[in-house]
Design a protein around this ligand. Structure first.
Ligand code: G3H
Ligand code: 13P
Ligand code: NA
Ligand code: ZN
Length: 323
């Protein structure tokens, strides 16, 4: 069955790696995630956003996630799987997911005034813990688009707030803002430098802030949102087959590797999956214009996704072999 994140995080913090938190909205994405995590023997967090619920239906999604635990077994290895609400926007949304069998929820009050963030987060924790569901809270605002919340500029997490927030809310993990952001355009070209090949190199994450937070909360599970790397190969694939992505830049893998070795024990990745699927589907459409069976383009997209997730587990997050 599904598990909450408690054990997973304790082991990850101790072991110096991070659990992959991959978003899914459909069957092919879920298959790719499970195949990759079974093959690499990695624990995994399946994330469902509010947008995913609206798109695919909560009942279908939660039954798919439950089915995924049996699917993993069928593939030959039982891995721990968490079903997590990504960016819960209210107590009601969190309660609805808890009542529907989610094993973990995020209440994202990061855009609220501090005391309101504490109040709603505490309310979710009190309800969730009755059902042994774990809760992620957030302090600090990421740049970019968080569901309905559009943040023009980021506000890094204030280290001086974290002890008060964690102790007063009782959250099980804390998402922080240290320079990551959502989507495929994480930095403007003006914020970046260019390497010899003309590739945009973003400013480094604020590891100094992460360190201060870790010093205040030793061993406490920290979460990084907005951690897609926006691989150049997929951006190129999209643009070579009729797409028009511009100034796409993500978080370099080396920085995520470094973060995973710290108290960061959950790393959220959605955009990279979208890029891999879109690039692959565009290529199939371009190369085989007579094809009209969805399996003929969704299948290759699924394979590309799986390969990418395996790479992340093995080479970036260090979660491979930890299940
Ligand atoms: O943080 C946002 C996630 O990437 C989910 O995006 O709200 O478009 O499903 P979504
Ligand atoms: P990316 O847009 O960088 O993939 O971030 C996803 C995320 O944080 C989901 O909560
Ligand atoms: Na870690
Ligand atoms: Zn996020």
């Amino acid at each position: 069955g599904l598990v909450n994140s408690r054990d997973m995080f304790a082991k990850a913090v101790k072991g110096g790696y991070a659990i992959p938190a991959y978003n899914f909205n459909n069957m092919e994405q879920l298959q790719a995630i499970i195949q990759a995590c079974v093959e690499t023997r990695s624990p995994v967090i399946l994330q469902v956003s509010k947008g995913a619920r609206d798109y695919a239906n909560i009942n279908l999604l939660r039954n798919m996630a439950r089915g995924a635990t049996e699917y993993a077994k069928e593939l030959g290895y039982e891995i721990p799987i968490v079903l997590h609400l990504d960016h819960g926007d209210s107590f009601e949304t969190c309660k609805d997911c808890i009542d529907n069998g989610f094993s973990s929820v995020m209440i994202d009050g990061s855009h609220l005034p501090y005391e309101e963030n504490i109040a709603v987060t505490k309310k979710v924790v009190e309800y969730a813990h009755k059902f042994d569901v774990t809760v992620e809270g957030e302090l600090g605002v990421l740049a970019g688009i968080e569901d309905d919340v559009v943040a023009e500029t980021s506000h890094y997490t204030k280290p001086e707030e974290v002890i008060d927030f964690v102790s007063r809310t009782g959250v099980d993990s804390l998402a922080i803002s240290i320079g990551t952001s959502h989507g495929a355009n994480k930095f403007t070209p003006e914020q970046c430098t260019r390497n010899a090949d003309g590739v945009l190199i973003p400013p480094p994450l604020r590891f100094d802030i992460l360190k201060e937070i870790e010093d205040k909360l030793p061993g406490f599970p920290i979460v990084l949102h907005g951690s897609s790397s926006v691989p150049v190969e997929f951006v190129k694939m999209i643009n070579e087959h009729g797409g028009k992505l511009k100034d796409s830049v993500g978080i370099p893998e080396e920085q995520l590797r470094q973060a995973a070795k710290s108290a960061v024990c959950k790393i959220n990745i959605d955009s990279d999956g979208r890029l891999a699927m879109t690039g692959t589907i565009r290529r199939v459409f371009d190369e085989k214009p007579g094809e009209f069976d969805p399996r003929k383009y969704l299948g290759p997209a699924r394979d590309a996704l799986k390969k990418m997730y395996m790479h992340k587990n093995e080479e970036v997050l260090g979660s491979a072999g930890k299940a």
